[in-house]
Design a protein around this ligand. Structure first.
Ligand code: RB5
Length: 142
């Protein structure tokens, strides 16, 4: 799987560890920044990751800010993006299985590395179930 990752300053310090977790699982990762913990605006990186995912068919994204809320809201402004704000392995699993999420979002101030690892494992190992869920996911776009 290929992932684009972006954060704001409140998600920056966990970014390298998340990248390492993904690479250890055989995923390709493109780091879209930021490159330091200087204050930045979460929408800039939410949009950046969303556009990269849309331009690279079949790819996925990870966005991280303090809560995961702002950066996921920004990513979800793009048609075709389904950024799921997750808090544990179950929400990450359902985000893929039922919602066909193409971006995993979480908050560095909310979840620790152990939970992040379990979310990543759930997200990368769960296929979209399709069927009745496909029709519902189609209805998300308006
Ligand atoms: C930054 O302080 C914080 O507002 C941001 O990381 C995020 O939590 C917004 O949703």
């Amino acid at each position: 799987m290929k992932f684009y990752i972006g954060t704001d300053h409140a998600g920056f310090s966990i970014k390298d560890e998340v990248i390492a977790l993904l690479r250890a699982r055989g995923c390709e990762v493109v780091d879209l920044g930021p490159t330091s913990d200087a204050r930045v605006d979460y929408p800039d990186f939410g949009h950046k990751v969303a556009l990269a995912v849309l331009e690279d068919a079949g790819s996925f994204g990870i966005v991280i800010c303090g809560t995961g809320i702002g950066i996921s809201l920004a990513a979800n402004k793009h048609h075709g993006i389904r950024a799921a704000l997750c808090h544990d392995a179950y929400t990450a699993q359902m985000a893929r299985g039922h919602n066909n999420a193409n971006i995993l979002a979480f908050g560095q101030r909310i979840v620790g590395l152990g939970v992040i690892e379990s979310m990543i494992d759930a997200f990368i190992s769960t296929p979209f179930e399709g069927g009745r869920h496909a029709m519902r996911v189609d209805k998300i776009e308006c």
